[in-house]
Design a protein around this ligand. Sequence first.
Ligand code: AMP
Length: 408
Amino acid sequence: MTATRVLVLNSGSSSVKYQLLDMRDGARLAQGLVERIGEETSRLKHTPLTGGGGESREQNRPIADHEEALKAVAGELAHDGLGLDSPELAAIGHRVVHGGKFFTQPTVIDDAVLKEVERLIPVAPLHNPANLTGIRTAMALRPDLPQVAVFDTAFHTTMPESASRYAIDVKTADEHRIRRYGFHGTSHAYVSRRTAELLGKEPEEVNVIVLHLGNGASASAVRGGVCVETSMGLTPLEGLVMGTRSGDVDPAVIFHLMRVGNMSADEIDVLLNKKSGLIGLCGDNDMREIRRRIDEGDQEARLAFDIYIHRLKKYIGAYYAVLGRVDAVAFTAGVGENAAPVREAAVSGLEELGLTVDGELNSVRSDEARIISPEYARVAVAVVPTDEELEIARQTYALVGDSDRRHA
Ligand code: AMP
C-alpha cells in the first residue's frame, strides 16, 4: 500500500493542534485540537473531514499530559478509520518554532536533531520545550515512522548577514546566539509562492512583500522566492504592532523600566509580550472589536488602529527599499485575510509606489487567494489565505516521500 498521509502536529505548552492530510491532493481528512492539557477542564475537539465531513466530536475530561493527549487523538482518528497504525501514514510533520541558524530545511528527526532543538531552548523558552514534548510523545507512539521537524525560522535563514545581524558587539552576540532569526516562516514561504502562482509567474520571477497579520504579526521581503528580510528578530517580539506584543521599541525603554519603574526582567517580558500592542493601547486585541469601537467614535480604538497602520506602512516602505522592485504585496492571516479597512489603510497614500486597492475588490469576502488592486496598478495587492499545515505536510512529504519510494 502506498503511504500518502501526513499527520501535522503543532504542540504548544498546554495544547496540541493537528491535521491529517492526504498528499495525493492535499485533502484534509481530519483536524482537531486538544487544549488545556494538564488542567481539570481539558478538551479535545475532533472533526472528521472525509466524505463531505462529519460532526465534530468532543471529549471534555482531564487530560494529564501530551502523551495522554496524543493517545486520545490517535483514538479519535482510529474511530474514523484513520488510525496512526495505518500503513497509509507516511510521516508525522512537527511544527518547531526555533531552528536557530543551522536548520535551514525541514529535517528528519533523530537524536542529534532533538539535542540541537533542545540546545535552542534559551532563545525560544516558551515554544521549543513544548514542541519537543510533542515530538518525543509522537516518537514513542510510532518509533518506526519518519518524523520531520519543520522550522518556523527556516525560510528566513537565507537572509544576508547585513539583515540578520544586530549592530551590537559581535563577540557578545555570537556567544549568546543573538541574531535576527524571524518567525512565521512556513506561512511566509507558502504565501510568497502562492502569490507568484496567482500572478501566473514562477517564484523566481517575482519580488513580494508578505504581511502576515494575525494575533502575532510579521512582514517579510521575498526576492525571487528567497527571503531577504523579515520583521521578527531574536524572538517574535520585534517588528510590527501585534495583538498583545509591542513590536519595535527603543531598547532603552527596558532599562528605564528596570531603573525607574522598578520592574524585573520577567515583568517587562510579560508587559511587552502580553500586555502591549493593540491590547495595551486600547484594551482589545481583536481587530473586529477595534473596528466596531471606531465606528462608534471611540478615540482610544482609533489611535490604536492608527499606530498599527503607521508601523505597517513604515515596514512596507522599508521593504520596498530593500527589494528595489516590488511585484506584489500579499496580506495574510486573521487580520490580513479578513480586515478590508486594514488593507486599505496600509496602502493608502502609497500610489506613487504603484500601490493601491480597488475598493470593491477589497471588500469582497472570500476564502480564495485573490488580487484586490485595480488592473492598471504597477504592484499587485493580494489577499492570500495562509495554510501552514498544508505547507508543513508538503515539506514533510517531499522529504520522506511515500513508503514505496523510501524502500525503493
Ligand atoms: P490569527 O492569529 O491568524 O488566527 O488571527 C487572529 C486575529 O485575526 C484575531 O485576533 C482578530 O484580530 C483577527 N480577525 C479574525 N477575523 C477577523 C475579521 N473578520 N475581521 C477583522 N479581524 C479579524
